[in-house]
Design a protein around this ligand. Structure first.
Ligand code: ADP
Ligand code: MG
Length: 220
């Protein structure tokens, strides 16, 4: 599902640079990534999602060679194959929770919004315990509610790859377990691959494999 070789990326203007000699993740594998903040974990997820392009190296994700796709093709790739749960949720403030969940269908990347998708959005919201909040805008939602909206949005397209960036950081322990059960159950149903950055060591037994980011990246 993910094959990276000698990836390198630097933010424009110098500053932070990331080098990853090799990363391989098998289809349906659940991989956790741990490591200190500021070391490039989010940057790596952004590369794998096709949100940014590596400066050098090879990166194939879900059969797409991300190194050769232009920006528009990478956006289509992401809409079709990737569910991304952002560290800061990245909800759209002028849309309500329901519209946020369906956001991937608004952005005109070829995904078709039909009754089945709407049903799926409602069922996900129900399962995440936010069905009663669907008309609220992000500003009126608690952090945990916003996080659950973000999780529903990542799952609604039934992606082959789920990228989660500290996806449970704002949830109380009980909600966290319930949401993770849901996330992993859906991933199993869809035979989706999961690559999740987490600081929460209680969650590590849920993964097939845990990567320490320090061993993944090449020190600068
Ligand atoms: P982590 O997720 O491990 O905390 P990040 O990938 O978010 O690490 O960030 C790695 C480094 O890149 C940090 O030093 C951060 O300040 C820097 N960085 C992150 N985003 C940008 C950006 N858009 N422009 C410039 N530097 C950035
Ligand atoms: Mg991060």
């Amino acid at each position: 599902m993910i094959a990276a070789r000698d990836l390198s990326f630097a933010y424009p203007g110098g500053g932070f640079a990331l080098k990853v000699p090799a990363l391989d993740v098998a289809p349906s594998e659940r991989v956790g990534v741990i490591g200190p903040s500021g070391t490039g974990k989010t940057t790596l997820l952004n590369l794998v999602a096709g949100m940014v392009r590596a400066d050098a190296g090879a990166l194939t994700v879900a059969g797409s060679d991300l190194a050769t796709l232009d920006d528009a093709a990478r956006r289509r790739f992401r809409a079709t194959h990737v569910g991304f749960i952002f560290q800061n949720f990245a909800l759209v403030d002028y849309l309500n929770a329901y519209e946020n969940i369906l956001y991937p269908y608004r952005v005109g990347l070829g995904l078709r919004l039909d009754a089945q998708v709407r049903d799926r959005a409602r069922a996900l919201a129900e399962a995440c315990g936010i069905a009663h909040r669907l008309k609220s805008h992000p500003a009126a939602l608690s952090g945990g509610e916003q996080q659950r909206v973000a999780i529903c949005r990542a799952l609604v397209t039934q992606p082959k790859l789920i990228l989660a960036d500290e996806a449970t950081g704002n949830l109380d322990p009980e909600t966290k377990e319930a949401i993770l059960d849901l996330l992993f159950d859906r991933a199993s149903d869809m035979q989706a691959t999961v690559l999740a950055v987490t600081h929460d060591h209680d969650l590590l037994p849920r993964f097939d494999r845990v990567i320490d980011f320090a061993t993944l990246r090449q020190p600068a």
